[in-house]
Write a protein that binds this ligand. Sequence first.
Ligand code: SF4
Length: 345
Amino acid sequence: MENFFDQTFGRLEAAIGEMDPRPYRVDQVLRWVYRMAVDDFSLMTNMPGSLRGRLSESMDLRPMPLQKRVEADDGTIKFLYRLSDGELIESVLIPEDGHNTLCVSTQAGCGMGCSFCETGTMGFRRNLSQGEILAQIAYAVRYLGDRQLLRNLVFMGMGEPLLNLDALIPALGVILDGRGFDFSPRRVTVSTCGWVPGIRRLGKADLGVNLALSLNAADDKTRTSIMPVNRKYPLRAVMNSIREFPRRSRQRTTFEYVLMSGVNDSPEDAARVVKLLRGIPCKVNIISYNLTSAGFLAPGYERMEWFQNLIGGSGQLATVRRSRGGDIGAACGQLVTSASECAHG
Ligand code: SF4
């Protein structure tokens, strides 16, 4: 049985056209799946029973069983899925002021080895398929019961998204398409640790989505010490590719900055950030380090505000993002899965 979400619209047209030649059938199916989040062909009541039966036999609308759902005190929800080959992945739903943001994974594990990130300790397991990326969104929409309640998608879950562009670019096509999930590109953010060829390729695709860089240090020595990717693509190369990344009017690149005591939180660090970002339409998102096995120290909220003011004082837009879902291991840098976690879940 094939994962429905792995199918391009063209392949769906061909497959459904063979079962029922009426041209509007594909649009009916797409509306049920992407707008109404229905996960059972038998419930698509405006289509003939014979077609529903044949679709049920050939395509799977629930390709990844939900292994566990955990809710944090602040309402953040972590979904753990088991893929068809047994790999485990997570996505995180973050409620805020009447709408929701979904943090989506693009790989099982991650090979980038950032020292402040728990996912990096898993190593790289494999890339997710287009369908495995889209199914995370479909499950979240189904959980919420209304596609409109899911406002933002951020590709900041497990994995380096730009190392899986063969699946991510077609998935983004479905996410942005009016017949698919129909998100505005301004509501979709792809985050990278600084994989330069990927930044260039995503830029060439010109989808209009937001780009975020996990910056964390504005000098090569510090950045290389916490993010090994910086050895291959130092800041100069990363910043050049970001300057060339297409931006729509009033669109800003986000620079994520995980603040760690004694590592990257000095006045000199702030001054370097300001200098590095000069001339780029952007905002700096200061994030508290969340407890992982790496053992860095998290600065207090006051220190984060102080750092924000150092950057903001230069006229550079800077925000502090409060940690969400830390008590269930769903906060930034905490996503990690293990078979034992499931077995005891
Ligand atoms: S921060 Fe992102 S790129 Fe770095 S190890 Fe974690 S998941 Fe991978």
